[in-house]
Write a protein that binds this ligand. Sequence first.
Ligand code: DQA
Length: 146
Amino acid sequence: MSRVLVLNGPNLRRLGVREPDVYGARSFEDLTAVCRDAGRRLDLQVDVRQTDDEAEMIAWVHEAADARLPIVLNPAAFTHYSYALKDALAQRTAPLIEVHISNPAGREEFRHNSVVASVATGTIAGFGFMSYVLALQAIAELLAEQ
Ligand code: DQA
């Protein structure tokens, strides 16, 4: 069974209490369950993590590059300014799907730019937790093509 890291950046552990009008009423634990369920259906071993710490996120990206693991990544606010994360992601050795719960293109101006998009295989945004399920489906298909 292929392993996939599902990495989540700052403030995403506060799903459910954080701006529920934007991110919905479900919690991070609910998101973890949704990803694990999708993984079971797709025959993927899904490892869901969250950090508010840029250094920890970069260490996980290095771990994935060294182990050739695909990543589903919601970089949260790092999306918009972290060149350090972008440089780490550029070292990837397997598919990388950028995901967002909301649709950043329809929100404030500063959210319109993603500094990591150019090093991702692709981006899925605006579908709530379904963004993660769609990304895991894409990973499963990309792995099957290899
Ligand atoms: C987000 C969108 C980002 O702009 C924001 O900083 C987040 C969450 C999303 O999932 O919609 O923290 O990545």
